[in-house]
Design a protein around this ligand. Structure first.
Ligand code: LLP
Length: 441
């Protein structure tokens, strides 16, 4: 087998395998057979990888810092089947909308382990959360602080909250996914004094119980030092607030943003590296500042689901512009994965029905949507393939499906969960009828 094909395999789910015909297997299922059964584009999720990432987060954090709760950031991809898995694995959930909250409710997710985020939660969404008895609401701005306090007052509840801070730390990721710098729509800035005002107001709000502080710098964060810089700023702030208004930091959340390896040559810290950097900094600084160790709330999304998901497409037409580029077109594209168009995200590609050691060629994988920017993978090297072959794009479990659209009136793909040689659909392929279901004439 060609070295580059071998190394690409390391990006696939933990259960990947290649059979004697060169077919890619995931979770004991032949990907070629899966596409015959369910059609393409098809997203395949490996249950073993999903559960193993949940356990890795729990283990790596709790062995260093026992008082940690891992809450899965639903925005990376939520579906009822996944929510059940996270519930079984003992994780909490980070939700950012009434919709995500409803999915959690629909599987009887323990409400005390659910945390509600967002920079513009509506009154209806907040009421839904209050009525359900949600564990935590992370308050993002002054308007929300007032609105939530008055809604809680009406229901007679005392809602537990965290305040989201903006520490002013640049995590060096894509500008579209940078949140911790001063000029951001998220959180109360430390630099302007608004964070201090927020803590004072929250502490005097009659129907709110402020238990901690939250920040989220961005996603994906390629190094661990940004977390440490922000933790230092936030713990020092907590110490100041303790002196000023007797604020007690019972809970601290450094958010999510843990990077994953999308390409063979990308270098990212592992889950253990993030756990070590975060917990070591919290422990040493809390001791130095004479603060009791707060409970840690960690919010991984991408790092839990990304590697578990693989996208499978059927190859259609090809176009070679001599001396310029060879385009190979597949039956999906920016409608099911907008990340390359939006963030210049890079992926590796493999021929799933004949993984081989043949000399690779350079191609560009284009989608079928009517935009020139609809390129899934530019300039990738792959073993030769042709119309009708199946290609697989790994590390596709996060932020592809949840950001999908019906652009060009193309139905969204089916999603299958595989385990022990069995595959079940966790989401049906949309039909043309589904596309018109809510229209009226
Ligand atoms: N916590 C908060 C408050 C967040 O805003 C996010 C992500 C997370 C946790 C989880 O971050 P993760 O561990 O998944 O990196 N659509 C973009 C990513 C947007 C992330 C939004 N917030 C992408 O496809 O790369």
């Amino acid at each position: 087998m060609h070295q580059s094909d071998l190394s690409k395999l390391s990006l696939f789910p933990l259960t990947k395998d290649i059979d004697s015909r060169g077919h890619l297997h995931i979770g004991g299922c032949d990907c070629v057979e899966l596409t015959k059964k369910f059609g393409t584009p098809l997203y395949v999720f490996d249950e073993v990888t999903l559960r193993s990432k949940c356990q890795e987060f729990k283990t790596e954090f709790t062995k260093r810092y026992s008082n940690t709760l891992i809450i899965y950031a639903s925005k990376a991809f939520l579906n009822r089947a996944l929510a059940i898995i996270f519930k079984e694995e003992g994780l909490g959930l980070d939700v950012v909308s009434g919709g995500e909250l409803s999915v959690a409710q629909s599987v009887d997710f323990p409400c005390e382990k659910v945390c509600f985020h967002g920079n513009n939660k509506t009154a209806d969404e907040l009421k839904l959360a209050l009525d359900w008895g949600i564990g935590r609401i992370v308050v993002d701005n002054f308007d929300e602080l007032e609105l939530l306090n008055s809604l809680a007052h009406k229901t007679g509840a005392k809602q537990t909250i965290l305040v989201r801070l903006n520490p002013g730390v640049d995590p060096h990721t894509h500008r579209h996914t940078t949140t911790g710098i001063l000029d951001s729509k998220f959180g109360f800035p430390l630099a302007t004094g608004q964070a201090e005002t927020a803590v004072v107001k929250a502490m005097s709000a009659t129907n709110l119980d402020l238990v901690g502080l939250h920040f989220h710098l961005g996603s994906p964060i390629p190094d661990t030092s940004s977390y440490q810089t922000a933790i230092s700023l936030v713990l020092n702030f907590a110490k100041e607030m303790k002196a000023k208004c007797d604020f007690h930091l019972a809970e601290l959340s450094p958010g999510g943003g843990f990077a994953v390896k999308y390409t063979v040559d990308s270098k990212t810290p592992g889950i253990a590296d993030y756990a070590e950097a975060i917990t070591a900094k919290v422990k040493s600084l809390a001791t130095e500042l004479d603060l009791t160790y707060p409970k840690l709330i960690i919010e991984p999304g991408r790092a839990i689901v990304a590697q578990a998901g693989v996208a499978l497409y059927t190859v259609g037409s090809a176009k070679e512009i001599p001396g310029v580029r060879k385009y190979i077109c597949v039956d999906g594209g920016m409608g099911d994965n907008i990340r390359p168009a939006l963030y210049e995200a890079r992926y590796e590609v493999l021929v799933a029905n004949k993984v081989s050691d043949n000399e690779p060629t350079n191609v560009t994988i284009a989608g079928k949507y009517c935009e020139s920017g609809d390129i899934l993978a530019r300039d990738v090297s792959m073993a030769p393939f042709s119309t009708g072959d199946i290609i697989a794009i790994p590390v596709n479990g996060a932020y592809s499906i949840p950001m999908s659209s019906n652009y060009n009136m193309i139905p969204r793909p089916a999603i299958a969960m595989v385990k022990d040689g069995k595959a079940r659909l966790i989401r049906k392929r949309e039909s043309y009828k589904d596309l018109m279901r809510l229209d009226s004439i």
